[in-house]
Write a protein that binds this ligand. Structure first.
Ligand SMILES: NC(=O)c1ccc[n+]([C@@H]2O[C@H](COP(=O)([O-])OP(=O)(O)OC[C@H]3O[C@@H](n4cnc5c(N)ncnc54)[C@H](OP(=O)(O)O)[C@@H]3O)[C@@H](O)[C@H]2O)c1
Length: 321
């Protein structure tokens, strides 16, 4: 593989902290190894995991070595491929995800990533939309599989339903026979309906936990509910899907599931060719990928500020020239 001595811009940080630790640096372009693809990045979508890592909340997994890069999900154009890569070639439009999101980041002009984590971009999507797929799309597919049989009459509650994860999940759920209740904020109620919710609840006006309705499946994407609170709205043999598990939840859920019919299930998902191909098919069939706002690379910090504040639907992305 030819060495690459060119420089590029990347967003990095050298200590854990708030937005102010983010900096734009010049560094050498990465070199694709035999099983890697060098991608000229065109867009990166932002995920809550990015700022959880940056704030040091995941340091057990991310480690504390610096500098760190940020942003896991990207789309762009293949610049070069390693010697063993056959499924994409220079010039292809692709999207993908860094293999180890705890240690690597894609918010840069170029990224070298495992070929197994790069897929051809659906032609109907812009780069920012394609960059929005991997992490939350994979999570939505995995969540659907954890929900068990979704038949007519199955009541599913999606709490925090119109962020990135909810956008994919609602639309995948809409192809099942389940009845979907979406909890979201006032500005997103219509969109939740459009994405497939049968019933919507505005969390700024109503508290779903104090209502009479009970559910067969509850998934909390807001991180504000928790299994302990959700129990009161779970039917006798219902499932609660915990997408933000703390290490203690994994043991607690296992113990809980022995002693009660209500199941506390922990979700740990990751993009794979299987789930990406399923999503590409769903996109070809009409699944919408909404990017609320894109920011230019020079405003990456503002992009994170906007994303971390919340109050938008779908995804936020940074475009890279
Ligand atoms: N376990 C896994 O494998 C996995 C994979 C991917 C993601 N995740 C996690 O899943 C979570 C959701 O991801 P995401 O990308 O969808 O995040 P997101 O885009 O920030 O969506 C979260 C949603 O929750 C809503 N919300 C905030 N407070 C709420 C409340 N009190 N009640 C109801 N809804 C509320 C927000 O609405 P407003 O902004 O309007 O307030 C927002 O739409 C994140 O914590 C992420 O880290 C886990």
């Amino acid at each position: 593989m030819k060495q690459n001595n060119s420089a590029m811009k990347a967003i990095t940080y050298s200590r854990f902290g708030d937005l102010n630790v983010l900096q734009t640096v010049d560094e050498p372009q990465p070199v694709a190894q035999a099983d890697q693809v060098l991608v000229h990045v065109k867009a990166v979508s932002l995920n809550p995991l990015d700022w959880k890592i940056r704030k040091g909340e995941m340091r057990l997994m991310s480690g504390s070595t610096f500098p760190k890069h940020t942003g896991t999900d990207f789309a762009g154009i293949v610049e070069r491929v390693g010697s063993s890569v056959t499924h994409v070639e220079p010039g292809d439009e692709v999207f993908g995800v860094v293999k180890n999101g705890m240690k690597e980041g894609a918010l840069a002009e170029y990224v070298a990533v495992a070929a197994s984590h790069v897929w051809k971009k659906p032609t109907s999507l812009e780069y920012a939309q394609a960059a929005s797929i991997p992490t939350v799309g994979a999570a939505a597919v995995a969540a659907l599989e954890k929900m068990g049989p979704l038949q007519a009459g199955t009541q599913v509650l999606v709490n925090g339903a119109t962020g990135g994860f909810g956008m994919f999940l609602l639309q995948l759920l809409s192809n099942t026979d389940a009845t979907i209740t979406a909890v979201t904020s006032t500005n997103a109620l219509e969109l939740a309906n459009a994405w497939g919710a049968d019933r919507v609840i505005d969390y700024k006006k109503e508290n779903v936990l104090s209502q009479q309705a009970t559910y067969d499946v509850v998934i909390d994407l807001s991180g504000k509910m928790g299994y302990r609170n959700a129990k009161r709205i779970l039917k006798r043999r219902a499932r609660f899907i915990n997408v933000i598990p703390q290490p203690a939840d994994i043991l607690a859920s296992w113990v809980n599931n022995w002693f009660t019919g209500k199941k506390h299930l922990v979700l740990l998902s990751g993009p794979s060719s299987e789930n990406m191909n399923r999503l590409i098919k769903a996109i070809d069939d009409g699944l919408q990928v909404e990017v609320s706002k894109t920011f230019p690379f020079a405003q990456a910090k503002e992009a994170y500020q906007y994303a971390e504040r919340g109050g938008y639907v779908g995804k936020v992305a940074v475009t890279v020239a």
